[in-house]
Ligand binder design. Sequence first.
Ligand code: NAI
Length: 378
Amino acid sequence: MATMEQEVHAMNKTTQPTLASIFEEMEKFGHEQVIFNYDKATGLKSIIAIHDTTLGPALGGCRMWKYSSEQDAIADALRLSRGMTYKCAVSGETYGGGKAVIWADPHQDKSDELFEAFGTFVETLKGRFYTGTDVGTVGMDFVSAHKQTEYLVGLPEEYGGSGNSAIITAYGVMRGMKATTKEAFGDESLADKTVAVQGLGKVGKLLVQYLLEEGARVIATDIYQDNMDTVKAQFPAVEMVTPEEIYGVPCDIFSPNALGAGLNDTTIPQLQCRAICGAANNVLADKRHGKMLYDRNILYAPDYVANGGGLIEVADELHGFNKDRAFKKADQIYDILLQIFQISKTEKIPTSDAADRLVERKLETIQRIQSKYIGKKR
Ligand code: NAI
């Protein structure tokens, strides 16, 4: 799908480190383990990166992508697995960070056998790593992997999975937006707020519905006219602008729900909003863009906090999926963001750094708790 290709391309261009040495990277970012899996019969080439299992077994999707080099595939696995540690920790889940990549073309190279072979490698980790869908993979791919391993999440509903994660993701973004509004404007009501929504895909269009129900004025865009027409037909009150115009639209809240790296040197100066809250992963092109927003007094709800709903859902699956419980957990995105905003104010740091600090402190605390002697281990 073109959008995902653009997303990965954008991420590779802007955030992918040049990989000097795998051990150097692991040392720099604290990864525990990197596993290379090759299956001669199917040609499977896959890398599983486990970043940090302080909180529990590693959890993270399996991306299938035609990387331009082995180095890019490794770098992506390392970067994505680290992101999962932060996302799991901040969402209060007892899972660590991991990610798998399959180095192949998702449009051409998929077969039941390839995913079955992948499943055998996941099985060898005996529950140290759970995986499921990501860019380039869909729930049905893992039905084949399921023949070889139980350590999967995000299977289709008819196979016992939790179904479309965009619903809970949009709900979590809406809760996050209320917290952001409270912090930026003094009360959480969205009733008199103008929200600029970028991207009307799976998450964006559900978010539009939530926002209209809350009484917000919505201005929106998508690069596909069809997506705009569908939303306009369903919700005539939504005002449409072009993808180029959305950054400069005067609004209270800008909500990025499209691709990664959307907030960068070119777009941040155009913003005419007081706050940002959306689902787009890796929306800051670089860490320093968090500081740029802070300096412009634009309150940024960190992406991996605001978009945690999908992760919360698949993590819940591992306890026997309960939809009410998952949505109650997603509600907490509100309180977590308020906590992050408080750290940002107290320590005078950008909210993106405050979120990282919250996670790092949490991991240190758990490490201290786990260091107690609790009897002789076998
Ligand atoms: P999607 O692919 O269904 O929707 C993305 C939409 O953005 C598409 O309609 C696309 O046409 C549009 N778009 C792309 N570039 C654009 C641009 N420059 N201007 C305006 N619109 C543009 O993806 P989905 O599932 O809605 O996800 C949206 C974002 O949220 C992605 O970054 C994804 O990684 C992230 N996310 C999604 C989760 C989920 O459960 N679906 C969970 C957590 C994060």
